[in-house]
Design a protein around this ligand. Structure first.
Ligand SMILES: [Zn+2]
Length: 365
C-alpha cells in the first residue's frame, strides 16, 4: 500500500519540471573576516581613552602607538588605523555599519560569538543548535560547500583560518574544498619554496594560543596558494583582533587591525596584478561579531553584551557599485553575506538555502 503511494509520488517527481541548473559567471570572490573587530574602531579609529599603558604589554609605553593612531577627528584616526580601507576599499566600494552615521549592520543569531557568527555568514541564517564554539563539524551546508559542488567551481574553493575551528565550521571533510587552518602545514603540488618555509615557520612557532596561530602565517599561506592555484572562491579568516581584545591588550588589538589593513592592501593589489583576477574579482570584508563599549566591555562579547551584535560589512570590486561610506540606509544583516557572495558569481544561494538572508541589493551591480 505505502510502497505504491511512494512509487506514484516518485513518478510525479520524475514528470515534474526539472529545477533549472545554475551556472556561475566568470567572476572571482574573496571573503575576508577579522574576528571580533569592533565597528567603533573601523569608523572612529583608535579610542584615546583605551590606548593606555595599562592596556598594552605589561605596562610598556604606548607613546609610539598614540603618535601613530591618535588624531583630532574620527576621519583622521580611522585613516591612520586602516589606510587602505579608507583610501581605496571604501571609495571604490562601500561599507555598512557606521552607527554614528545612520547605518546599522548586525548579526541575527542572538549569540554574538564566533562559531554562530561564521555559520550565519557562510549559510545565511542563524542556527540555535550552534550555541557554542565547540570544535565540531557544522551540520549545515555552507555557501562554500555548495559552490564547490558546482562543476565549474569544483576544487576551486579554498578556506584559510588562523583559528583551527574554521576547518569544522566549513565542514572541511564534507565540503571537500581546500582548507588550511591554525598551525597545520599546507601541501600543494608542486610544492613551492615559500610554502615549505611557511610550513617550517608554523611548525617551529610557539603556541601562544593553543588552537590559533598568529595572522601572518595564515595570510601568507593564503597568498601563496592564490598565486600558485588561482582559486575562484577564497575565504580568509584572521583571528588576532579578537584574541588581543580578550587579553585586554588594546595596543596590540590596534596593531593587529592595522596589519589586517595591510593584508587587505597586499591581497587586493596582487589580485589586480593577475589576469585571472584583474577586473573580475569582488571582495567582502566583515566580522563575525562585535564587542562591548569602553572602558571594560570592549574586551568581550556575547549574549550578555547585547551591543556586541553590531558589526561592519564592506564590499569592493568588479561586482560592486562605488557608493562609499553608507549613511542613513536601511540596516543590513550578517545573514545577507552568503547570498551576496554567491550573487557576485551570478548564483542564487536563496534558491538553494531557503532560510538565507537576501543579498545586499545596493552592494551588487
Ligand atoms: Zn571572542
Amino acid at each position: 500500500m505505502y510502497r505504491w503511494k511512494w512509487m506514484l509520488f516518485g513518478a510525479v517527481l520524475i514528470c515534474g519540471p526539472i529545477a533549472q541548473a545554475q551556472k556561475p559567471n566568470d567572476a572571482r570572490v574573496v571573503l575576508v573576516m577579522t574576528d571580533g573587530m569592533r565597528w567603533q574602531e573601523i569608523f572612529r579609529g583608535a579610542d584615546e581613552s583605551l590606548l593606555t599603558k595599562e592596556r598594552y604589554y605589561d605596562g610598556r609605553s604606548v607613546d609610539g602607538l598614540r603618535q601613530k593612531y591618535l588624531a583630532g577627528t574620527a576621519e583622521e584616526r580611522r585613516r591612520r588605523l586602516m589606510p587602505f580601507l579608507w583610501g581605496t576599499f571604501i571609495p571604490q566600494g562601500q561599507i555598512y555599519g557606521d552607527r554614528d552615521a545612520g547605518s546599522d549592520a548586525s548579526v541575527t543569531n542572538g549569540f554574538n560569538f564566533s562559531y554562530p557568527g561564521y555559520n550565519e555568514t557562510l549559510t545565511g541564517h542563524g542556527d540555535p543548535r550552534i550555541d557554542s564554539n565547540d570544535d565540531k563539524p557544522n551540520p549545515n551546508v555552507t555557501v562554500l560547500e555548495w559552490l564547490n559542488r558546482q562543476p565549474e567551481l569544483k576544487g576551486k574553493v579554498a578556506a584559510f583560518g588562523a583559528w583551527e575551528t574554521i576547518s569544522n565550521i566549513v565542514n572541511a571533510e564534507r565540503c571537500d574544498c581546500v582548507v588550511n587552518v591554525g598551525y597545520r602545514p599546507m601541501e600543494i603540488h608542486p610544492m613551492t619554496a615559500k610554502m615549505d618555509l611557511l610550513n617550517e615557520v608554523k611548525a617551529n612557532s610557539p603556541r601562544f594560543w593553543d588552537d590559533e596561530s598568529f595572522d601572518a602565517p595564515t595570510f601568507y599561506t593564503a597568498m601563496e596558494y592564490i598565486r600558485e592555484k588561482k582559486p575562484r572562491v577564497v575565504f580568509l579568516s584572521l583571528g588576532e583582533t579578537d584574541d588581543w581584545a580578550h587579553a585586554g591588550n588594546y595596543g596590540e588589538y590596534l596593531e593587529s587591525a592595522h596589519r589586517v589593513d595591510g593584508y587587505l592592501k597586499q591581497l587586493w593589489e596582487e589580485l589586480q596584478s593577475m589576469p585571472e583576477y584583474k577586473g573580475k574579482t569582488s571582495m567582502i570584508f566583515m566580522v563575525d561579531h562585535g564587542r562591548g563599549a569602553a572602558p571594560e566591555e570592549w574586551r568581550s562579547h556575547g549574549q550578555k553584551i547585547p551591543e556586541s551584535k553590531y558589526i561592519f560589512m564592506g564590499f569592493v570590486g568588479s561586482g560592486v557599485p562605488a557608493r562609499g561610506l553608507r549613511t542613513n540606509v536601511p540596516a543590513v544583516k550578517q545573514s545577507q553575506a552568503a547570498a551576496t557572495l554567491a550573487k557576485y558569481l551570478g548564483l542564487d544561494w536563496n534558491a538553494e538555502e531557503k532560510q538565507a538572508g537576501r543579498p545586499v541589493a545596493d552592494a551588487i551591480k
